[in-house]
Design a protein around this ligand. Structure first.
Ligand SMILES: NC(=O)c1ccc[n+]([C@@H]2O[C@H](COP(=O)([O-])OP(=O)(O)OC[C@H]3O[C@@H](n4cnc5c(N)ncnc54)[C@H](OP(=O)(O)O)[C@@H]3O)[C@@H](O)[C@H]2O)c1
Length: 247
């Protein structure tokens, strides 16, 4: 029986989710399973998408709809509810249930890589859907963190605050980019921080995986930091989504 899965977001061409699931379906002999990219100009287009594709079983959700999609759900997993963002939707009899696999995927990925010692401090750049998942993971790992936002009211610091107080960056040993700055096709963009403040004691994680080495990671690496991109997180969250869709 034909089963369809896919990714919704405002721009989805950067995503490696289709390649991941196409390969998985091929390897597992699931010839009637398909994974497609569905760019939506606004989140309300989801209604039309569902009407036109009654054989959709599951969706991944990407930028900028992880929070906006909540209003379409009939049900939400308690874990996703406490995070306040959804990156996986399971569709059953036309009803949508939301889940979050980003948070545990980030947790698994960062825990293997970052030597969380007493006094570790993180800075999270951005306050959107994936930032909320990252915040939840850091709380579970007991890593103290502060949020950096363009808006004074959304975070603990603005980028101007970082400029005025260099110790914020120099004393935060884990820096995580959850903004889309640097993602393909806009590969020259990067978060506006002073990269000169970074050094070998810093661990720098970019949720972006396309390109594999963003400008943000390149600048950080040039300062001797330890860097990681979001590819492993993508794979872990995709496997977790697969388990949800098949349960
Ligand atoms: N590797 C993975 O598995 C994985 C998982 C999830 C997300 N991601 C990646 O993470 C990125 C963010 O995704 P998302 O779903 O969290 O998006 P989102 O909900 O739209 O949030 C992005 C946040 O970044 C900040 N931001 C947006 N545009 C900016 C700009 N021009 N300058 C500075 N800050 C800006 C905003 O925070 P402020 O308004 O507070 O500044 C915004 O809330 C995307 O590149 C996505 O592909 C990767």
């Amino acid at each position: 029986m034909e089963k369809k899965f896919g990714l919704i977001g405002s721009t989805v061409s950067h995503s490696l989710s289709k390649a991941y699931f196409d390969e998985k379906f091929f390897n597992e002999g699931l010839r009637d399973y398909h994974y497609d990219l569905y760019p939506l100009k606004n989140v309300d287009e989801l209604k039309t998408l569902l009407k036109e594709n009654p054989d959709l079983y599951g969706l991944n959700v990407t930028i900028p709809y992880k929070e906006q999609v909540l209003k379409f759900l009939s049900d939400i997993d308690p874990f996703a509810k406490s995070i306040g963002a959804v990156n996986v939707i399971k569709i059953m009899n036309g009803k949508l249930k939301g889940f979050n696999t980003d948070s545990d995927a980030f947790l698994e990925s960062v825990a293997k890589w970052f030597p969380n010692t007493e006094g570790s401090k993180a800075l999270i750049l951005g306050t959107g859907g994936s930032s909320k998942a990252v915040q939840f993971a850091l709380k579970k790992l007991n890593i103290a963190f502060k949020l950096v936002s363009r808006e004074k009211t959304l975070g603990d610091y603005t980028y101007q605050d970082l400029e005025k107080n260099p110790t914020i960056i120099s004393t935060s040993n884990l820096i995580i980019n959850t903004t889309p700055l640097g993602m393909t096709p806009d590969m020259n963009a990067m978060p506006p921080i002073d990269y000169e403040l970074l050094g070998p004691t810093h661990f720098v994680y970019d949720l972006i995986y396309n390109p594999a080495r963003t400008k943000f990671l390149q600048k950080a690496e040039m300062r001797g930091t330890t860097i990681k991109n979001g590819l492993e997180m993508l794979h872990i969250q995709a496997e977790k989504a697969w388990v949800i869709w098949n349960n």
